[in-house]
Write a protein that binds this ligand. Structure first.
Ligand SMILES: NC(=O)c1ccc[n+]([C@@H]2O[C@H](COP(=O)([O-])OP(=O)(O)OC[C@H]3O[C@@H](n4cnc5c(N)ncnc54)[C@H](O)[C@@H]3O)[C@@H](O)[C@H]2O)c1
Length: 342
């Protein structure tokens, strides 16, 4: 069974491709490489022994997207990761985010419809809940005021898929990720941000290795245990496996409706300062950080109730925050060693 993965050269896409291949799926990827290179595809090949084809196509271009679907009419599903994901960048340039994330989604849906693709899995985010005080969040927790244009593209993306799935034959699953972190245990694939990273863990590992001289923790006066933001850090291979399970769930027609939503988090809220401590403990490196002002677009505190994904998908997150930090650190060190050996 063949699956089309959009954004397959990116962080979560690459880990998901490995999990799909390990579970017997064939995979083709579409990625314009606007925020990636093809480096992770080499890692995928080393891990799985399978060479994955990537179509270097911008999904905002309908004609090119259509050509990929036409060439792959035998797919059983699409997993749509491709998007821009940097919150501060979206605050600074909302139109870039609305154009890229929504046009690409609409083009993918137009092709899914035309080629009668039966199953769709969409990457959403816990940012759709906004600044809620009802913690942990369940899937029915009301969608809150989006704190950034990025979050708004996820809210709108979800609504577009819900409306689409209501009147078309496609069965859809929306996965709301909390904070994906860590890297594959092989050390061959991991998070590879182009330019300055924005997510906490690559900022931590790049500071520890000396790429970033000093990191800033944004906000020290939030109403949390230690004043820093609270997040639910979930290992990327656990997130990846949920996609395989979601696709199998749809293929086996276990879904109760044409569009279902699942939270993907561990259920544990961890503050930014606690995450830093966990990293320092496993790496033995003292991080050079400073406390800074709050950052526009950040929600204060969010963590998941993940019961629905556990019960319906049979998904069980396996990896602790310590092991997440360990694999992220192993990946950063392997990137440095690669540079040194070249
Ligand atoms: N990493 C996170 O913290 C996180 C959290 C919640 C949700 N998500 C969502 O998960 C998905 C994957 O995230 P990721 O961390 O792997 O990001 P990533 O940037 O590593 O990967 C996204 C990939 O999509 C590609 N892409 C972007 N726009 C494209 C377009 N128009 N056409 C073709 N390719 C395009 C990029 O080149 C990149 O390789 C995204 O939708 C993101 O919003 C990520």
């Amino acid at each position: 069974m063949k699956v089309l993965v959009t954004g397959g050269c990116g962080y979560i896409g690459a880990h998901t491709i490995v999990d799909l291949i390990n579970n017997g799926f064939d995979v083709v990827s579409v990625d314009s490489n606007i925020r990636s290179t093809t480096q992770l595809l080499d890692g995928i090949e080393k891990i799985t022994g399978k060479k994955v084809r990537n179509y270097k196509v911008d999904l905002c271009n309908l004609e090119d997207t259509h050509a990929v679907f036409h060439e792959n009419r035998d797919i059983v599903g699409v997993i749509h990761f491709a998007a821009l994901k940097t919150v501060p960048e979206s605050v600074a340039d909302p139109l870039l985010y609305f154009h890229n994330n929504l046009t690409s989604l609409i083009n993918v849906l137009k092709c899914v419809k035309e080629f009668n693709v039966p199953n769709l899995v969409f990457s959403s985010s816990c940012s759709v809940y906004g600044n809620t005080t009802a913690l942990p969040v369940v899937e029915e927790t009301p969608i809150g005021e989006a704190q950034s244009p990025y979050a708004r593209t996820k809210q709108m993306g979800e609504q577009i898929i819900e409306d689409y799935s209501r009147v078309n034959n496609t069965q859809s699953i929306i996965l709301r990720y909390f904070n994906p972190v860590g890297a594959h245990s092989s050390g061959l694939i991991g998070e590879l941000p182009l330019g300055k990273p924005d997510n906490l863990v690559p900022v931590i590992t790049q500071t520890a290795i000396g790429k970033i001289p000093k990191m800033t923790v944004f906000g020290s006066d939030y109403d949390t245990r230690d004043g820093s933001c609270v997040r639910d850090y979930i290992h990327v291979t656990d997130i990846a496996n949920a996609h395989t399970k979601a696709l199998q769930y749809l293929i086996n027609h276990n879904n109760a409706s044409n569009c279902e939503i699942f939270n993907l988090g561990t259920g544990n809220g961890v503050t930014v300062l606690e995450a830093i401590k966990a990293f320092e403990k496993i790496s033995g490196v003292k991080l050079n950080y400073t406390m800074g002002p709050r950052r526009p677009g950040d929600v204060i505190s969010i963590y998941a109730n993940n019961s629905r994904a556990k019960e319906k998908l049979g998904w069980i997150p396996q990896i602790s925050i310590e092991d997440s930090m360990r694999t992220a650190w192993q990946w950063e060190v392997s990137l440095r060693d690669k540079v040194l050996s070249n």
